[in-house]
Design a protein around this ligand. Structure first.
Ligand SMILES: [Zn+2]
Length: 238
């Protein structure tokens, strides 16, 4: 059976809201459109979202966090859980605006034995236990790997994931392990191998800035520290 058609005004409303959120992200400098961008994978794309810049404007983040909180306002939430710096900033704003006054905790991300893992600091264990209702918050959802790990973590502690709130969802699937994802922007952008890129064919100059920036970031912090110490003209610390 086909679902009943959505009311046109509801669709328009969702589209208008998404456009507003997209404009907000554009103003932070995080969202780039109408460009021709080289991705670290070697593929080309016309749009890009820079995760690091998404939560740089506190008043924008607060506003967007409040929209996510409002969406989940009808559900009682005990805990807001996230991982990663950007998601943590957003999750503070969501927790602050939710009527249940949930506490805010975070998991640490890491890799062990070649596998990605998330772990909950021991101090938080008493906050996530049998029957706890948890809202997961993520800034960007691409593959959903982090969210899957967070859901496993919550369920391992006997608690329940009520839902997932995100700023941006790049996947077509609107759920992760059966948990619904509410995102302010749901949009993926196509990426092309260089020989099949329509922007290359049009002769649009290629923007390599993002890849250059990532390469510049690559030296380890200890090497950076050494470089600073060896810099000429540096006054010795007292
Ligand atoms: Zn291209």
């Amino acid at each position: 059976m086909t679902p009943p058609p959505k009311r046109p005004d509801a669709v328009l409303d969702a589209e208008a809201r998404e456009k507003i959120h997209l404009d907000i992200l554009k103003r932070t400098g995080a969202y780039h459109a109408n460009d021709h961008i080289l991705l670290p994978s070697g593929q080309h794309t016309g749009e890009f979202i820079e995760k690091t810049l998404v939560t740089t404007e506190p008043s924008f983040t607060e506003g967007l966090g409040a929209v996510i909180a409002k969406h989940f306002a009808q559900w009682p939430i005990d805990v807001v859980l996230s991982t990663g710096p950007g998601a943590l900033i957003l999750s503070h704003c969501v927790a602050r605006a939710h009527p249940s006054r949930p506490v805010l905790v975070y998991a640490s991300k890491g890799v062990s034995g070649g596998k990605r893992r998330v772990t909950l600091p021991a101090e938080f264990h008493r906050l996530i236990r049998q029957g706890t209702k948890v809202l997961l918050v993520e800034d960007l959802v691409s593959t959903g790997t982090t969210l899957k790990l967070l859901i496993q973590l919550v369920e391992h502690h006997g608690a329940q994931v009520v839902g997932i709130g995100a700023l941006w969802r790049r996947t077509k699937k609107a759920d992760v392990r059966g948990k619904p994802v509410f995102s302010l922007v749901s949009r993926d952008f196509p990426a092309y191998p260089p020989d099949a890129c329509p922007l290359c064919k049009k002769g649009v100059p290629l923007n390599e800035e993002f890849v250059r920036r990532r390469q510049a970031r690559r030296p380890s912090s200890s090497e950076e520290q050494r470089a600073k110490e060896n810099a000429p003209g540096k006054t010795p610390a007292r």
